[in-house]
Design a protein around this ligand. Structure first.
Ligand SMILES: [Zn+2]
Length: 349
């Protein structure tokens, strides 16, 4: 019997009103003001979008949050640091404090902050993204309940990872559009992502995805040809799911652990088949991101800790009004404005 997986959005549960921080908006605006100030002074040095950029990766923004006082930093950098320090921390203060005594010098912190600010400005972000906390030492235990469907002996189906960390997870499906701007933006901003590839769309250029993988992006399974799994018999299920396990292992050197069923539809037989060839979880999603809007799961129109966000590798079209870079900007800015960092799904699931 098919297991319904896509909760109707109109009747989605309303979450508690307790998680409604008021302060981030004002504080983010403070950081935005600093960014705007820096943009005035530095925009002439910025390469145009699409132009060749430095190979130096953008520094993780939270390095900036953990930066010690540095009398040598430029006043604008000091102002940015003060604004960022006032923003809600995306990770425990203790971890940030430990980094103060770490190996990076004050000058290196200042440079990292300047690089992060430059990357955020270059890609048109409203504020500096928050960096995710250190990955949990132990992955959250999954129990059947809100956000998780769990049956004995089967891979868990997860819409929202149980965590109190203020993190969300970005997942990108199918693999049709291979936009170099999107890859450059995600890489320079250090946005963690997990991609679910369907072979018939991805195979024209697996190299695009291997390049993302080299920057920490997880590559996972979305079947060979994107069928509705509810219509398939045992042999076809095995071919679609396990066939793509083999294909991705061949193309990326890593056998996926995560599987996302096309259309979010699956059956118990699909769960069993996937488990038989190495899949340990079925991540689905709560929110969905488009270039011009976000579709929210909850009536409060906010992210919640552990939310999985779905989007797609798509080119501009009538129902995809913008570029993948526009989509990523929308997700990152919404997360930052709500005090969330984007984290790696594989660190939690
Ligand atoms: Zn799909």
């Amino acid at each position: 019997m098919p297991i319904r997986t896509t909760a109707p959005r109109t009747t989605a549960p309303r979450t508690t009103a307790s998680a409604r921080p008021k302060r981030p908006r004002r504080r983010n605006l403070a950081a935005l003001t600093v960014l705007a100030t820096l943009a005035v002074g530095c925009s002439a040095q910025d390469p145009a979008p699409g132009a060749a950029r430095s190979s130096a990766p953008a520094a993780p923004p939270a390095d900036a949050q953990a930066a010690p006082a540095d009398a040598q930093a430029a006043p604008a950098v000091q102002a940015a640091r003060a604004a960022l320090a006032a923003m809600p921390a995306a990770r425990p203060q203790a971890a940030a404090g430990q980094e103060l005594n770490g190996r990076r010098s004050a000058a290196e912190h200042a440079l990292a902050l300047e690089q992060a600010l430059a990357a955020a400005r270059h890609w048109g972000l409203a504020a500096l993204p928050l960096r995710a906390p250190a990955p949990p030492a132990v992955k959250p235990a999954l129990a059947d309940g809100p956000g998780v469907k769990l049956a004995p002996g089967l891979p868990p189906v997860v819409y929202r990872v149980p965590t109190t960390d203020k993190v969300i997870f970005l997942t990108v499906d199918d693999g049709a559009e291979k936009d170099p701007q999107f890859a450059a933006m995600a890489t320079e901003l250090n946005v963690p992502m997990t991609v679910f590839l369907s072979d018939y769309l991805a195979r024209s250029d697996y190299g695009y995805f291997r390049a993302l993988q080299a920057h920490g992006v997880g590559i996972d399974n979305h079947t060979l040809t994107h069928p509705d799994l509810r219509r398939l018999g045992p042999d076809a299920l095995r071919r679609e799911i396990c066939g793509q396990q083999d294909r991705l292992q061949q193309e990326t050197g890593t056998r996926p652990r995560l599987f996302r069923p096309p259309y979010g539809e699956y059956t118990e037989a699909a769960l069993r088949t996937a488990a038989s060839c190495g899949v340990t979880a079925f991540p689905l999603w709560n929110e969905e991101a488009f270039p011009d809007h976000l579709e929210w799961r909850y009536a409060d129109q906010r992210f919640h800790p552990g939310d999985i966000v779905l989007t797609h590798f798509r080119a501009p079209s009538a129902d995809w009004k913008g570029t993948m870079a526009d989509m990523l900007r929308r997700v990152v800015d919404a997360a930052t404005a709500q005090g969330f960092a984007i984290a790696r799904l594989e660190d939690y699931l």
